[in-house]
Write a protein that binds this ligand. Structure first.
Ligand code: DNO
Length: 394
């Protein structure tokens, strides 16, 4: 696999030039300033490539070319946004960027309830607690149908916990859930969230899945023509939150969508950290079923911890080799997939990967790094994963 690194662009506090020291071979980045639905122009793409090339890097994966809410809900602006999406794909392809990641999660991207949970080794990890999420949903956001999503025992515990939280803790929980994470939601207020939730009234899982398939039917043939590989990132965490539908939470979900738009350009991002939260997720099975269509890999580990609802597990982000995902078996399966591609003469036989997230370790604790994206924690992850990759080489 090609060992890539997510770099957030000129505002990223980690200088590109230093990444060679971490053994980074390629860069995953996006034009984060351009709002979803608008075109990534040739000029903007070229400027980003020049920055990368100045430090001897290539732009290996665009993550993400975001899918607008208008496309996800098929509401006003939908057709124009599809047109713009295709234009961005053409512009990326012309500049040599061939792998494009996106997700189809309504409104929120990845969601945690604690960004810096102290670990026994002295570092910090991100954590998701369903109880804390319920406190946010029931008592901070006060979503009208929230009580339907939690059983009585959980509602009672949430009420007690809310009563115990200081104002500062409430603000921190609110900011953690709706702000501060990569994506377009960093300045949202509670009423912004409520307003956006209303745009999903009447959109259930079946409808959202149909909208995803419609989106792919509109853009994947174009991607195919220009030589772009689209890869859908899974839901994180892989279950419904805030009553919103989620449709890319399991291997089965992927199989349905990949079968519905059955062209190589419509592919998957295997994110072991997101899918692996679900008990029973089998990454090797995922590679067996979707292998030829996996265009990008996020290697991250999570550890489930006892929580109020096994169907919506509590978890924390574990060191890359220590959570519920068997990283050795996963990387071995991916190496075998790469070998199959090599013997079939595929030009994309080397799959780009990145160490997804990292715990905050050592000097990370003194820097104000973006949650999930500290330097040392990710370097540790990449170093460990690289060792497995070397050992799995045929
Ligand atoms: C979190 C990331 C996600 C991912 C998007 C892809 O750290 O893995 O934000 O980039 O969901 O569209």
């Amino acid at each position: 696999m090609k060992q890539c690194w997510r770099w957030f662009g000129p505002n990223d506090k980690i200088p590109l030039a230093q990444l060679h020291q971490a053994g980074v071979e390629g860069i995953v980045t996006a034009l984060h300033d351009i709002p979803p639905g608008e075109i990534w122009s040739t000029e903007n793409i070229r400027m980003r490539i020049e920055l990368l090339e100045a430090d001897d890097f290539s732009w290996d994966v665009a993550e993400s070319l975001p899918v607008s809410e208008a496309i996800k809900t098929q509401s006003s602006g939908y057709k124009d946004h599809l047109e713009n999406y295709r234009a961005s794909l053409s512009n990326l392809a012309a500049a040599g960027v061939r792998t494009v990641c996106y997700n189809f999660m309504p409104i929120l991207d990845w969601t945690r309830t604690v960004l810096r949970s102290p670990q026994p080794h002295g570092g910090n990890a991100m954590h998701f607690s369903l109880l804390d999420f319920a406190v946010f949903d029931l008592h901070i956001l006060r979503r009208p149908s929230a009580p339907d999503d939690y059983n009585q025992a959980l509602r009672e515990r949430a009420a007690e916990r809310f009563a115990d939280l200081s104002n500062q803790q409430k603000t921190m929980l609110q900011n953690t859930v709706i702000a501060g994470l990569p994506g377009a939601n960093d300045s949202w207020t509670l009423s912004d969230v409520a307003e956006r939730l209303a745009t999903y009234d009447g959109i259930d899982r079946e409808r959202l899945r149909r909208n995803l398939i419609d989106f792919l039917s509109e853009v994947a043939p174009h991607a195919e023509t220009c030589g772009i590989r689209l890869c859908c990132h899974p839901d994180d965490p892989p279950f419904s939150l805030l009553g919103l539908p989620r449709v890319m939470s399991s291997t089965q979900d992927y199989v349905r969508v990949l079968d519905a738009v059955d062209v190589p350009a419509s592919g998957a991002t295997l994110c072991t950290g997101s899918l692996g939260v679900a008990e029973g997720f089998d990454p090797v099975g995922f590679v067996r079923q979707a292998g030829a269509r996996i265009h990008f890999v996020h290697l991250r580990n999570t550890k489930r911890v006892p929580g109020p609802d096994p169907a919506r597990p509590d978890f924390y982000e574990a060191p890359h080799l220590e959570g519920d995902t068997d990283m050795v078996a996963t990387i071995r399966a991916l190496s075998e997939e790469e070998a199959r591609r090599r013997s079939a003469g595929r030009e994309d036989s080397e799959i780009p990967m990145r160490p997804d997230h990292g715990q905050e370790l050592l000097s990370d604790l003194e820097t104000d790094s973006m949650p999930g994206y500290p330097l040392i924690g990710r370097m540790r992850g990449l170093a460990e994963l690289r060792g497995i990759m070397a050992a799995c080489q045929p």
